[in-house]
Design a protein around this ligand. Sequence first.
Ligand code: ZN
Length: 306
Amino acid sequence: MSDALPSSVLVREVGPRDGFQNEPEVIPTAEKVRLIDLLSATGIPRIEVTSFVRPDVIPQLSDAEEVLASIEQRDGVSFSVLIPNGRGLERALGLRDRFDEANFFLSASETHNRENVNRTIEESLSELEQVIPEARAEGLRCEGVISTSFGCPYEGRVDPGAVIGIAERLAAAGCEEVGFGDTTGMANPAQVGAFFGEATERLPGVELTAHFHNTRGQGLANAYASLAAGVTSFESSFGELGGCPVPPGSVGNIATEDLVSMFSEMGVETGVDLGRLVEASAAAQEVLGRTLGSHVLKAGPVRWQT
Ligand code: ZN
């Protein structure tokens, strides 16, 4: 850990996947495409655009192929898709030229993993150790995402050493990046700072990504603690969309515009045009017909000149 904060970060927008899949209504495909195109135009470098989960399990994302085929490809924006298993990868590869990155996931706690994908952690890891090299062989950059990395709603404390052990296996399987999700917003800044300090030492050469939920209002504090620990990769969701369906009532990811606003006010470069991002979130708010949780969407970007 150095005293100086990183001068720039990469933010991955996950709203079109993490957000749209948790909406009670299915958003029309054309609206999804329009919103993703608005996001691409903000300068954000990475967008997770959809997921190849089984359409009967998550009907909200059953249009993955249509979305991928229709969104505008733009220089400097890398699209990723969430892949649950080998069959999901097979579907995604039908549109191989439309995306750059594959994201794989499992939980750090046995109970949450069983609730989510009905497998043990070992079963999930063994399958991913088969699938990730297949994705790599297709030239895809791979990210592994570990849910409940900082606490589990069923099991409580999660051993940080065990989480890093899962990350080591994902990295050995071919993930250049590993994301750590605070799926139900249990983390605090002290815990997060200590965690990333240890993870950085044990995972040299692996890009470490912080993915926080604002369930208890501590998402941005945790993002700052990660930044101070040297993390330069973050995931967030425009409008504060998203959350985890298990347990019910859990709420959103940190809002991308809140995160980008904090970073840019601190002089940390994101490359994102905040005004355009707020417009994208306003458009999502209109499509969904309800007020979204994002603060900067309500208050607008900070203005230092009148
Ligand atoms: Zn999330």
